[in-house]
Design a protein around this ligand. Structure first.
Ligand SMILES: Cc1ncc(COP(=O)(O)O)c(C=O)c1O
Length: 393
């Protein structure tokens, strides 16, 4: 048999699935996968239900139904402060992942280089690999995950085409400051680069931090594609609805590509999610406050146990360092062993640190915990962790 396409060579199932199966057998709690198990807001469900009953069952325009694009346009202007003025600046996609794929297809030729900051979200890097892009990783430093802009400039070559920014970030909760984004934009302008920003956790911010969209900075829109979606903010990861905001000419080509890939996002679900824009401001403030409480519960527990915990500035993950536990316990030789030890001893699932770094050894003493769980479930996970690893005095 002839071999499969080269682009499939590096693809393999991550350990997340294996851990999920192990947890199922022992009635464990999964703090690994970034799935929020809270309910989807009622108005969104009712909107989709009504659209299904009304037989709104045919393909939509590839860029999405008009009321939804208008809702996203208004949100991009008022919340993100992006200076867009037409629904043609907006495209609705199958998850924010659909927007990311369409962006890569539209901006990159094979062999083009892209700068990515690590620890990174694995899908960004894996999709870049599938596209045949060259990946340059810049490691964020210290508890605040600072960006070394000299290293960024050093990594830019004649083949560099784009930079990926994920704010608030998965897995480390980094929130880019306005000043950092301004410095980045200056480099983008100097070297004629695009940015692809993944802002899917934009409503999950702590300690009074502000979400700044790169595309809102003067001059940035023409070279920035802003990606977001409904999965996380409205607890609906399985609905697969996201969007991109950008210059009309780029969004237009992205739409044509998305049309070829999957024609359109599911039409009745688009009608449902259009209701997201009728949610009151209190929905977002209450959600952020609830996540802040969950962050406290999880991060304090991990600290009491002895983890070194860089508290996330946003998003709903923490990338904790278990190096201090290695002297106290067996089973923490590296991230994969620690991941199994937490399943075995506490019935708690996490993601091994190596998933977020170009070199596995850079994640060797880290585990990612997700706190997008019902509070009681998270508290139970914390009790189990404390029972298994708590300091006895
Ligand atoms: C940074 C980041 N971007 C995108 C996604 C996927 O989003 P969607 O469900 O909209 O495709 C995730 C999911 O975990 C994520 O963490």
């Amino acid at each position: 048999m002839k071999p499969l396409a080269k682009r499939t060579e590096g693809l393999k199932q991550s350990s997340i699935r294996a851990i999920t199966l192990m947890l199922r057998d022992i009635d464990g709690i999964n703090l690994g996968q970034g799935i929020c198990d809270m309910p989807t807001p009622g108005p969104i469900k009712q909107g989709a239900h009504a659209a299904i009953e009304a037989d709104k069952s045919i393909y939509s325009y590839y860029g999405g139904i008009q009321p939804l694009r208008e809702g996203i346009l208004e949100k991009a202007r008022s919340f993100n402060h992006i200076p867009v003025d037409s629904p043609d600046n907006i495209m609705v996609t199958v998850g924010s992942t659909g927007a990311f794929v369409a962006t890569l297809f539209t901006l990159l030729n094979e062999g083009d280089e892209v700068i990515v900051f690590e620890p990174y979200y694995g899908y960004h890097v894996n999709l870049l690999q599938v596209m045949g892009a060259g990946i340059r990783t810049i490691t964020m430093q210290g508890p605040d995950w600072d960006i070394d802009f000299e290293a960024v400039e050093h990594a830019i070559t004649g083949r560099t085409r784009a930079i990926i920014v994920n704010t608030p970030g998965n897995p480390n909760g980094k929130v880019w400051s306005r000043q950092e984004l301004e410095t980045l934009l200056a480099l983008m302008e100097k070297y004629d680069l695009y940015a692809i920003t993944d802002e899917i956790y934009e409503y999950m911010l702590y300690d009074g931090r502000e979400h700044v969209s790169l595309a809102s900075l003067p001059g940035a829109l023409s070279r920035t594609i802003t990606i977001s979606g409904f999965s996380k903010t409205y607890n609906m990861t399985g609905w697969r609805l996201g969007y991109a905001v950008g210059p009309v000419d780029i969004i237009d080509k992205m739409g044509l590509l998305a049309d070829l890939l999957y024609i359109c996002a599911p039409t009745p679900l688009q009608y449902g999610v259009a209701e997201a824009f009728s949610m009151p401001d209190s929905y977002f403030t209450e959600m952020a406050a609830a996540y802040a409480e969950k962050r406290d519960v999880l991060c304090s527990t991990l600290e009491e146990i002895g983890f070194n915990v860089p508290w996330p500035q946003g998003s709903y993950y923490v990338l904790a360092d278990f190096a201090p536990l290695q002297a106290r316990f067996n089973g923490f030789a590296d991230d994969e062993e620690a991941q199994l030890t937490l399943v075995r001893e506490a019935g708690v699932g996490t993601v091994a640190g190596r998933s977020f770094f170009a070199h596995p050894e850079d994640g060797a003493t880290r585990l990612r915990f997700c706190f997008a769980k019902e509070l009681e479930v998270l508290e139970e996970a914390c009790r189990r962790l404390t029972n298994a690893f708590g300091q006895t005095g």
